[in-house]
Design a protein around this ligand. Structure first.
Ligand code: MRU
Length: 365
């Protein structure tokens, strides 16, 4: 693994990148995967370069890369590395190596369905290859395509979403569903970006998002970087902000949406949605079709439980007594009755969601 560091002022770096308005979180370059190490933000911009799929699996597990679409593409890039690493001489042996890598990548995080979606897409492409060399090329090209398409999808979603927001809205968001949670541009933050690009003036309120602080470390960072008027609040100030008229609308991302419209997203999303409902504030979810799981029932979705030290301290500083019990779920479920609309690249699904989600998929056939 290779690290290379930049100071936090990386405008010059962005000017060199193909996508000049937002960060590119993950990239395939010279047969290696390059990603921003998100555990170091906002204090340092560190890029890591991997040539082994096990390193990509560790990066997903340890939140070097996080956010549902970003881990979907990381899984795909992981399989592309596995294909290049393989010494197999037959197609069958190469597929068998890919299956082993797929299992290791799949087991890293259980809730975001984009990871298994990304892995399955690449496995399908691999099966279609005839020779070892052809199969390697197919897998690498398919994972690069997936990354490019992620940006296109986010931009299309943004255009649909922008129609739901008015000039001078203040929009609350939770966690980070931005450029850093995708390849670039973002889902929920992509909608906010597109709203601004459509000429409307909007402000953003970002929740801090304890315990890992994706809101303060990542959302506040990327929005400030892109010149947005963003205010950070502690998670405990969601009710205060809504009661005092500081928020007009909410938009968040998702890790998994099931066919009934139950949305799994960062822990605390349910609280934000409940509070928005209490104050009659529209609550929107923005997610690509790859985040939908049409097979699993809401009650069967696995909620990732993370280590207690994320809660017993802030950064390196311990803030709780030794030996205290901790419950640290990384995600929660927001029921469909609290959701005003689900923004996708195929349009906005409105309640009743079981019908509107089905239509989105029929239109996608
Ligand atoms: O634990 P994380 O940081 O991977 O959780 C991320 C979220 O919950 C995001 O809101 C979700 O993945 C949508 S990202 C476009």
């Amino acid at each position: 693994m290779v690290h290379f560091k930049y100071g936090i002022d990386f405008f010059s770096l962005l000017a060199e990148s193909e996508n000049n308005s937002t960060l590119r979180t993950i990239e395939w370059k010279d047969n290696k995967v390059i990603m921003i190490d998100q555990t170091k933000l906002p204090n340092q911009l560190v890029f890591v370069r991997y040539d082994d799929y096990n390193q990509v699996a560790d990066a997903i597990r340890n939140l070097v890369v996080r956010g549902a679409p970003a881990i979907g593409v990381s899984g795909a890039f992981g399989l592309a590395l596995a294909a290049l690493q393989s010494n197999a001489e037959t197609k069958e042996d190469l597929i068998s190596d890919l299956k082993k890598a797929k299992q290791i990548l799949f087991e890293t995080r259980p809730t975001a369905v984009n990871l298994s979606w990304g892995l399955e897409q690449i496995m399908k492409v691999a099966e279609s290859g005839n020779s070892v060399d052809e199969l390697k090329d197919l897998v690498v090209n398919a994972s690069k395509d997936m990354a490019d398409k992620d940006i296109e999808i986010n931009k299309t979603m943004g255009k649909f979403g922008a129609e739901l927001f008015e000039n001078n809205d203040t929009i609350m968001t939770h966690c980070n569903a931005g450029a850093l949670a995708t390849v670039a541009y973002g889902t929920a933050l992509g909608v906010i970006r597109a709203t601004k690009e459509s000429g409307k003036n909007v402000k953003v309120i970002a929740t801090e998002t304890r315990p890992v602080q994706q809101g303060s470390r990542l959302t506040a960072f990327e929005l400030k970087h892109d010149g947005f008027d963003v205010s950070l609040i502690p998670d405990t100030a969601v009710g205060y902000s809504m009661m005092n008229g500081l928020v007009n609308k909410v938009v968040v991302g998702a890790d998994r949406i099931v066919r009934t419209g139950h949305v799994f997203n960062k822990i605390g999303t349910y609280q934000v949605a409940t509070m928005a409902n209490q104050h009659r504030i529209p609550f929107y979810v923005a997610a690509p079709l790859s985040t939908f799981d049409m097979e699993t029932d809401a009650n069967d979705v696995i909620i990732e439980m993370r280590k207690g030290t994320e809660v017993t301290g802030v950064g390196e500083t311990k803030t709780a007594p030794d030996g205290v019990n901790v419950i640290n779920p990384a995600f929660d479920m927001t029921p469909p009755e609290l959701i005003s609309g689900i923004i996708t690249e195929k349009g906005v699904a409105k309640p009743p969601f079981d019908e509107s989600i089905k239509k989105l998929f029929e239109a996608n056939l």
